[in-house]
Design a protein around this ligand. Sequence first.
Ligand code: HEC
Ligand code: HEC
Ligand code: HEC
Ligand code: HEC
Length: 101
Amino acid sequence: MKKLALLLAVVAVVSMAAYAIAAPKEVVYEVKMGNVTFNHEAHLATGDCVSCHHTGDQVSCKDCHTKTSKPNSKDAFHGQCIDCHKEKGAGPVKCTECHIR
Ligand code: HEC
Ligand code: HEC
Ligand code: HEC
Ligand code: HEC
C-alpha cells in the first residue's frame, strides 16, 4: 500500500511538471527584417492571461497560427501587438521600433 501511494505521488508530480509550462521572461523572434524582443514578464501588467492567450490555452501562438492559417502568424502577432499599442497609446507601432537590426 505504501509503495502504491508513493508511486501515485510520483506520477502526480511528474504529470504536473509536464503540463505547467512556466511563462517565459522574454521571447525573441528572429525575423529577416530585424529581431523582435517581447518581454513577457513586463507585459503581464497589460492584461490577464486570456486577453492575449485568447483561446484559454497558454501555449505558443504558433501552435495554431502558422504561415498558412487564417489569420496567419504574421497577422496574428501584428494584429494583437500593434492593436494594443495603438489602443493604449503606449508601446511601439512602427516597423523599426519592433524589428531591430
Ligand atoms: C500581452 C500579451 C500576453 C499576456 C498578458 C500573457 N501572455 Fe503568455 N505569451 C504571450 C506571447 C506573445 C507568448 C509567446 C508565444 C509564441 O511565441 O508563440 C507567450 C508565451 C507564453 C507561454 C509559453 C508558451 C509556449 O509553449 O511557448 C506561457 C506558458 C505563457 N505565455 C503563460 C502566460 C500566463 C500564465 C499569463 C498570465 C499570467 C500570460 N501568459 C499572459 C503573450 C501574453
Ligand atoms: C488554440 C489555437 C489558438 C491559439 C493558441 C492562438 N490562437 Fe489566435 N486565433 C485562433 C483562431 C481559430 C482564430 C480565428 C477565430 C477567432 O477570431 O477566434 C484566431 C484569431 C486571432 C486573431 C484575430 C482576432 C480578431 O479579432 O480578428 C489574433 C490577432 C490572434 N488570433 C492572435 C493570437 C496570438 C497573439 C496568440 C498567442 C498569444 C494566439 N492568437 C493564440 C486560434 C488560436
Ligand atoms: C494588451 C496590450 C499589449 C499587447 C497585446 C502587447 N503589448 Fe507591447 N506594450 C504594451 C504597453 C502598454 C507597453 C508600454 C509599456 C511601458 O511603456 O511601460 C508595451 C511596450 C512594448 C515594447 C517596448 C518596451 C519593452 O518591453 O521593451 C515592446 C518592444 C513591445 N511592447 C512589444 C510587443 C510585442 C512584440 C507584442 C506582441 C507579441 C506586444 N508588445 C503585445 C501593451 C501591449
Ligand atoms: C509591435 C511590434 C511589431 C511591429 C510594430 C511590427 N512588427 Fe513585424 N512582427 C512582429 C512579430 C512579433 C512578428 C512574428 C515573428 C514570428 O512569427 O516569428 C512579426 C513578423 C513580421 C514578418 C514575418 C516574418 C516571418 O518570418 O514570418 C514581417 C515580414 C514583418 N513582421 C514586417 C513588419 C513590417 C513591414 C512592419 C511595419 C509595417 C512591422 N513588421 C511592424 C512584431 C512587430
